[in-house]
Design a protein around this ligand. Sequence first.
Ligand SMILES: Cc1cc2nc3c(=O)[nH]c(=O)nc-3n(C[C@H](O)[C@H](O)[C@H](O)COP(=O)(O)O)c2cc1C
Length: 359
Amino acid sequence: MQINPYLFILPRTPGQIVWDYKNHKQYELDLEHSIRLAELINKPNRFNNKNSIDMQLLEAGILTTATPSAIEWGWDDLSKIFHIGTKNIPCQHTPQDIHEWSREYLNHCSEVLATPIPDTRLAERLADELITLPKPSWLPESTLANTLIDRKTCRTFTGDTLSFEAVSTLLYLSLGYLREREDDIDESIAEGLDARRTSPSGGGLNACEGFLLVQNVSGLKPGLYAYHPTEHALSFVNPLPCRPLGQLLCGQHFINNLPVGLFITSRFDKLWWKYEHSRAYRMAYVEAGHISQTFQLVATALGLNTWLTGALTDDRVETLLGLNDSPEQPLFFVGCGKSDGEALCKELKALLSRQDSQS
Ligand SMILES: Cc1cc2nc3c(=O)[nH]c(=O)nc-3n(C[C@H](O)[C@H](O)[C@H](O)COP(=O)(O)O)c2cc1C
């Protein structure tokens, strides 16, 4: 008999909360159950199948007969609990198509909007005098300013083919190691940490990596590819899954015909190698955010529209990328393609206009 290794225990008078953070289950134990669990943690071989509490703990999965698979985790338990505890969140139902997604999303928005909106920001409430800033002066030729202004999240894509060159540009300017910066290296930088990208990187580690999802790119067969930033090259990982892309992204089916996307991953092992404290875990997401924004700006400058999400169906995405139980973990998805520029998919728009006409 073993204790489930994915538990944490919170004191909450009069009992204690036992949280199975991998399977997203919580139990409230009274004193008697708490004492027995403490005894079994101390000596698991004292498990007695005639003892009703022992059997309850086993049925709840707090005790287990299975040999738990060990995952590699180089930081303290805090980030491990958070990372695993926020993965594969049980979803009562994943929308199977765009109509179902639209109905569920609209219901969710109506429920949220029926509750009070959060208070204004503290700094806003405390500000007693505002210093008006001068009118923004555009950058020379204003190309960057225009790209920044033009970037927007779209939820309808035409599915048109993207050129191999456009995809190459997107990858090089988002994740590639810049050949242009090879000579611009400070001598104080440790060997092996001198590669530079267009986005900054925590500790210069370039912990973020990317997997390209190809649905419709000229010259590239559909599938998942690993991007290699040193060589600026791709390697084939897996064919596309049989199920539509939306199933991988928690039922957001409006992006099913997105021609190309990028799963942004983070090499936690690189981060915990340099930074022992799990505060570095936060940096993984900050860095992924930089890469995502850069990708979107490059795509916008190429005349494409973009979409992004952190709502990954984690276990399926990990399997597709070949990353199960790996210290490299998928964090975010960003995609692009030709679009009519609409922020809402037509199915959701139709529901909204039906709702308006009924009210
Ligand atoms: C961290 C993050 C997560 C997001 N997740 C989703 C998502 O799951 N689905 C979606 O349609 N949009 C998602 N978005 C896009 C936002 O809804 C969008 O950025 C926001 O509505 C503002 O619109 P804009 O991007 O056009 O300025 C996400 C954006 C961010 C920054």
